[in-house]
Design a protein around this ligand. Structure first.
Ligand code: KG4
Ligand code: ZN
Length: 339
């Protein structure tokens, strides 16, 4: 096998992820999460995340190597998320990657977090089509990206102008008293609710609105107001119905804009990634609307949609395979790294 054997490190948020791939084949994916440490704050606390990365980093690398049955000296390269993300959290991964690359005498590849969310799909569905349209929806980002080449050319078409899609799920879950993170709970509850119970607003879908940008803060506020009004009147809040109706508004906007972007840009493959891509309603609606529009949909399994090290390794391997230049050992962590 002359496909590159690459170790990938991801620490942009609260997941310490280490993945090992050979070309498009996933060999190991070890993740340590500090999500429980953040739960009582209702969101990720950067300092807690950095500290947790520091403690988990080396054990997680060793676990991934052991699971893959790979010796560190046999690696062809070490890849790491250079940004965007939380500065302190990124720094832990970047420092670890530099140390391993330097000690092992292997090339270092700093990669973009958003591009690696897209590239991970190669581990599930084989080589990415070129170009590919990607809808990235997570707690930190909601973007539409058009990529003719995932290693060198990723064009942001639009993004959220306020809250990320996952953030909206988390905030609405908080309003409904459902805990953090909110996405999975709302997804589960919504199955028992009526998605047509309340018609919540679809942000930025007017004829004069930016076609590829998103806005979810108005929706979040609308849900909060609706719930408050009921509570103030002493009425019960139909939590499952609200969850289902809110989820319907988010997924309606996301899929509508993604399909429109494909149509207008002449792209016939849509990839969806990020934690919110685990959402069952989003997956079903995207499947329906893509099929109707003649677009091939690619969504990795949920475990590869949320932050992980395998996605970093996947992009690193692609960069090695395409002969891209490695990063210098002075590679900085850049919290606002553009794609
Ligand atoms: O990609 P990810 O693990 O981390 C970030 O980069 O943010 O995404 C986490 C986000 C959280 O906001 C979480 O509520 C959301 O993804 N999420 C979901 C689901 N599973 C996770 N949102 C909707 N439905 C889900 N099933
Ligand atoms: Zn992410």
């Amino acid at each position: 096998a002359d496909e590159p054997l690459v170790l990938g490190i991801e620490t942009s948020c609260d997941e310490t992820g280490v993945g090992i791939v050979r070309g498009h084949t996933l060999l190991a994916d070890a993740v340590a999460s500090s999500v429980d440490d953040h739960a009582r704050y209702g969101g990720v606390v950067p300092e807690i995340a950095s500290r947790a990365h520091l403690e988990a980093m080396v054990p997680t690398i060793e676990r991934a190597l052991a699971r893959a049955g790979v010796r560190a000296r046999d690696l062809d390269a070490v890849a790491v998320t250079a940004g965007p993300g939380l500065a302190g959290a990124l720094l832990v991964g970047v420092s670890a990657a530099k140390a391993y690359a330097y000690a092992l005498g292997k090339p270092l590849y700093g990669v973009n977090h958003l591009a690696s969310h897209v590239c991970v799909d190669q581990l599930e569905h084989g080589p990415l089509p070129q170009p590919v349209m990607a809808l990235l929806v997570s707690g930190g980002h909601s973007s539409l990206l058009l990529s003719p080449d995932i290693t060198s050319d990723v064009r942001p078409l639009g993004a959220t102008i306020d809250d990320a899609a996952g953030e909206a799920f988390d905030k609405v879950a908080r309003v409904l008293g459902l805990g953090f993170p909110g996405g999975p709970v709302i997804d589960r509850l919504a199955r028992e609710g009526d998605r047509d119970a309340v018609r919540f607003p679809r942000g930025l879908t007017g004829p004069r609105d930016a076609p590829y940008d998103f806005s979810f803060s108005g929706l979040k506020t609308a849900v909060a107001r609706w719930v408050e009004t009921r509570r103030a009147a002493g009425e019960d809040v139909p939590v499952a119905d609200v969850a289902a109706s809110f989820q319907e508004a988010v997924t309606d906007v996301l899929t509508r804009k993604a399909v429109r972007a494909c149509r207008e840009q002449g792209v016939d493959h849509l990839m969806i990634g990020g934690g919110v891509a685990a959402n069952s309603r989003l997956r079903a609606m995207a499947e329906e609307r893509c099929a109707a529009a003649g677009i091939t949909l690619r969504v990795p399994r949920p475990g590869l949609c949320t932050d992980n090290g395998a996605m970093v390794a996947a992009l690193g391997a692609e960069m090695v395979a395409r002969g891209r230049a490695p990063s210098a050992l002075g590679l900085p962590a850049d919290s606002s790294l553009p794609v």
